[in-house]
Write a protein that binds this ligand. Structure first.
Ligand code: ATP
Length: 453
């Protein structure tokens, strides 16, 4: 198998319409990307797989979709205003700015100079004016993580669902970080999506649940197609932990640019609920919290002995964009077909494939064949398997190549035999084996239901 490089993936993403540089026509906006026609499908499929496994398949997790604009107080009391920063250093020679902890051998990554300033903290949050007065006095933030709204809505969710510990709240949505050096395509960007679960547990049971979620999340990534051998579990050393964490595992993946974090699984203790709660002195808090005279609610829950307790929280937090990059990296293959021919094929898990089935007419613009194609497509859509695409290129070889590259698991070809012979039949071609066989049109729904669902 040929080695995969980031350049190959970036080229495929642009060529086939997965991911484009944002504001490309104006030279781009650094660290910001747009998902194209196929990218939006792939990303939605990955998010749906996460939502399904977290919310639908379990009985202990609720969903939430909170706002991106965030009240400043939330991020003051969460500690982000003071501590959500990366160390930044300047090169005195070329004036480049870099994350100090990404610099190797004390040399400027740009020009190689060793004349670098002392690292200083750079806050990663995007401040934004809220309301019609823009004199700097009234501002909020674009959220740097989706988690905070889960904490601030904790009581509303508990009150409206009568939940008892342990239970979780799941959310998928955009987050924003003014990264000092965005890089490696969609790996480190300034606007990205997170899928976060905050799983609330009894204090003292947190370590057990931390282990549980580590294993559950590795298994889920395997179900998305990532090989266990391409993942690594990194235990964050105590000194490097985020300001809210007692312990953290990173699920790392072998991206084209190296083994790097795909998902963090943190034990956030009672830090967040404790910091946002009213009347902290009445609670048995274990973490060091700032006094909070502003909160109007007690963020606690009744335990089995009718005592109020501030739960601990375990947080599996995945980057959706990093997830897209990981599943594409894993799926990308260049196969040698002999005689100097290679084919690029994206061996995505079928539930992730942007297009599930391509219906292809053997002859372009032939009315009878096209009508049959439309009819088949409409019938397949009713199965609810996802996007079914109709091709009208008239070049079967080209259509197969395109659908191999974008990971379409099955192609259905409608030919003259389909419309002239009884019973009506079509050719089905498998992406991975390239094998083809005839299936009766009447049997297609059952065949595809069996294959996809
Ligand atoms: P890193 O150390 O790579 O900066 P982090 O530890 O700050 O990441 P978390 O705060 O744990 O990241 O965020 C949870 C997840 O969100 C990460 O595992 C990652 O998948 C994703 N994520 C964080 N920052 C970015 C970013 N700038 N671009 C894309 N995804 C990101």
């Amino acid at each position: 198998m040929v080695a995969k490089t980031m350049d190959q993936l970036v080229a495929l993403c642009k060529r086939r319409g997965f991911i484009f540089q944002n504001a490309d026509i104006y030279g781009g906006l650094q660290g910001v990307y747009d998902y194209g026609p196929l990218g939006v499908e792939l990303k939605n499929n990955l998010k749906n797989a996460w939502w399904r496994s977290m919310v639908y398949e379990r009985d202990d997790i609720e969903g939430l979709d909170a706002a991106i604009l965030t009240n400043r107080k939330v991020l003051q009391y969460s500690g982000h205003e003071d501590t959500f920063s990366d160390p930044m250093t300047d090169c005195k020679k070329c004036k480049g700015r870099f994350r100090a902890d990404h610099i190797k051998d004390g040399k400027c990554p740009n020009c190689g100079s060793t004349e670098l300033t002392e690292p200083r903290p750079f806050n990663l949050m995007f401040k934004t004016a809220i309301g019609p007065v823009d004199d700097g006095s009234v501002f909020g933030y674009l959220r740097p993580e989706t988690a905070q709204a889960i904490f601030t809505q904790f009581r509303n969710v508990v009150d409206s669902t009568s939940r008892k510990l342990p239970f979780g709240i799941a959310q998928i949505g955009k987050s924003f970080r003014n990264e000092i050096t965005p890089r490696n395509f969609i790996f480190r960007v300034r606007e990205f999506e997170q899928a976060e679960l905050e799983y609330f547990v009894m204090p003292g049971e947190d370590e057990k649940w931390h282990e549980y979620w580590k294993e559950a999340r590795i298994k889920w990534w395997e179900e998305q197609g990532l090989k266990r051998d391409n993942m690594n579990i990194y235990t964050t050393p105590k000194d490097d932990l985020a300001h809210y964490a007692k312990a953290c595992y990173d699920i790392e993946y072998q991206f084209p640019h190296g083994m790097e974090e795909l998902e963090g699984i943190a034990n956030r203790t009672d830090y967040d609920l404790g910091n946002h709660t009213k009347a902290q002195e009445e609670m048995n808090l274990t973490s060091h919290c700032h006094p909070n005279p502003d909160s109007t609610q007690k963020l606690c829950i009744m335990d089995d002995n009718n005592k109020w307790v501030v739960p601990f929280v375990i947080e599996p937090s995945m980057g959706v964009d990093r997830g897209v990059l990981a599943v594409m990296t894993e799926a990308y293959e260049e196969e040698d077909l002999g005689e100097g021919n290679t084919r690029v094929v994206l061996k995505l898990k079928k539930h992730l494939a942007p297009i599930k089935v391509a219906v292809i007419p053997l002859k372009k613009n032939n009315e009878a064949i096209m009508n049959k194609c439309h009819e088949i497509k409409q019938n397949l859509l009713k199965l609810g398997i996802g996007r079914v695409a109709l091709e009208n290129t008239g070049n079967i070889g080209k259509a197969y190549r395109r659908h191999d590259e974008i990971g379409t698991p099955l192609c259905i070809t409608v030919d003259f035999e389909t419309i002239e012979n009884q019973p009506e039949s079509v050719t089905i071609r498998d992406r991975d084996t390239m094998e083809q066989h005839r299936v009766n049109v009447a049997d297609l729904p059952a065949y595809l239901r069996e294959y996809f669902l």
